[in-house]
Ligand binder design. Sequence first.
Ligand SMILES: [Cu+2]
Length: 245
Amino acid sequence: MPLKRIAIVVFIAGGMLVTRPRPGLAGGEVGVAQASVGRGSGTVEGTIFYRHDRKHAWRLSRYYVKSPKIGELAEAVISLSGPSISRSSAGRQPSTVTVDQREMRFVPETVAIRAGDRVRFTNSDSQTHNITVSDPRLQFSDTIANGQSSFEAFSRASGIHRPFALGCKFHCQMQGWVYVFDHAFFKTTGVDGRFRLDSIPPGDYRLDVAQSAGELHASRVVQVKPNQTVKLEIILTPADRSTAE
Ligand SMILES: [Cu+2]
């Protein structure tokens, strides 16, 4: 396991800022500056980076890492798990996210939704495409021409380790993933690699990061305190491939 650099910053209500860089901290435990500032929920935010290793090249990384020098990683999914997380969806209206098929790719390739939400698949290419999920938990196969769309509901949570894999039966290089969660504490990174999870009940959590295209996975322990923001920088490398458990 390579050393990982994790910088922890805690914002404390009232304007004081504590910075505690932790170079060389190995994966797992995360130090958190502490302050007692009353009751409330906490926030975890940060950036996911990918650090290249010439010996273990990731051929398609250009689609997910905008700047190899800086390394912000897009389409990474971040999720919390822990006993304080509510799995209630009472009163929640299901939502719909759109995944387009464009220039022979799913766009975005990675979406994260709540159980019960729907995905609307569209086709912006002149070619006819297909969307197939072939999984013991869910199966469908929709074929759509340019301008058409199809809707599929994902009623069952997948968790972060086993997202539903999307394929197109006409173009085997097309790939995508739908992560389905039974709680609200998850995010997908954009091109800036950033994420922010807020309204988190105070407590200890495991934070998982997964990036399916790169087969990357990592986890950290985070301690969420009332009215505080835990800031993380997580650097993934080829050594983080396929370590999901
Ligand atoms: Cu296709």
